[in-house]
Write a protein that binds this ligand. Structure first.
Ligand SMILES: O=C(O)c1ccccc1NCC(=O)[C@H](O)[C@H](O)COP(=O)(O)O
Length: 259
């Protein structure tokens, strides 16, 4: 599939991703298995009065530079699970986020919660690769996939995986819902300026209400007060920098889960 709609920083990331895609070995087998459902995990926690937080493993980012010196991702993941996360988001992009596919292979065997592979999908080979790595869900960015989004969602579901479909505005929200998205992440980070504004979720969250989708508020969460303020606009949260900057990420997560 040819994907064309890209902007600014995203443009650079997508370009470098295209180079990486050429190296994917599509002969690696995809093993049949039961996935851990992210949608169910978020819904169950919400019903039980616990804040559903997808806790992220991200060592660097374009907006922050170095966030945390490298340490074993499986150790961080295990702390997140003990602290009650709804899922673990793993950045696998090496150039801009200090990630690696091997993080998923290290985390998966010792983690009972859903694992989300967060990368910049531009080609179906990456979806297949995500299934082969053992993740349960994959990020699909509406701004990257444009009119191809629905096809990518279908392809992802065909592997038994879930898709977290990321949107930034009203048009992308409609594209996601009409394309069959079941979990929608509203990204508060403006990908042109890198600034985060929780206002984005406040504005877009209500558009998804009553339409049978699970809404995740992504980016820019800076502590328990943000969770308390935003939970009326969404079902769950995706938090990276705040946790990875904390001296003890698991303890910081506990504060968000119980906020
Ligand atoms: O994190 C960035 O700087 C970034 C820049 C450009 C594209 C994507 C980016 N981040 C990916 C994410 O979606 C975030 O890692 C995730 O939502 C968590 O955000 P935060 O809690 O603000 O770290």
């Amino acid at each position: 599939m040819e994907v064309t709609k890209v902007t600014a920083m995203l443009d650079l990331i997508v370009e470098s991703t295209r180079r990486r895609v050429k190296e994917i070995d599509s002969s690696v087998p995809v093993e049949e298995r039961q996935i851990q459902s992210l949608e169910k995990s978020i819904r169950t926690r919400k019903q039980n009065g616990v804040n559903p937080v997808i806790a992220e493993i991200k060592f660097r980012s374009p907006s922050e530079g170095l966030i945390r010196s490298y340490e074993d991702p499986a150790g961080i993941a295990s702390g997140y699970v003990d602290a009650g996360c709804a899922g673990i988001s793993v950045l696998t992009n090496p150039e801009f986020f200090g990630g690696d596919n091997s993080f998923i292979e290290k985390i998966r065997p010792q983690t009972a919660v859903p694992v989300l592979r967060k990368d910049f999908v531009v080609d179906e080979a990456q979806v297949r690769e995500t299934a082969a790595l053992g993740a349960d869900a994959v990020l699909l960015i509406a701004a990257v996939l444009g009119e191809e989004l629905g096809g990518f969602i279908e392809y992802t579901h065909g592997f038994g995986l879930e898709a977290l479909v990321e949107v930034h505005d009203e048009a992308e929200m409609e594209n996601a819902i009409s394309g069959g998205a079941r979990i929608i992440g509203i990204n508060n980070r403006n990908l042109k300026t890198m600034k985060t504004e929780l206002e984005t979720t406040r504005r877009l969250g209500p558009l998804a209400a009553g339409r049978g989708v699970t809404v995740v508020c992504e980016s820019g969460i800076t502590g328990p007060a943000d969770i308390r303020e935003m939970r009326k606009c969404c079902d769950g949260f995706l938090v990276g920098t705040y946790l990875m900057k904390a001296e003890d990420p698991a303890k910081a997560l506990e504060g968000l889960v119980c906020a």
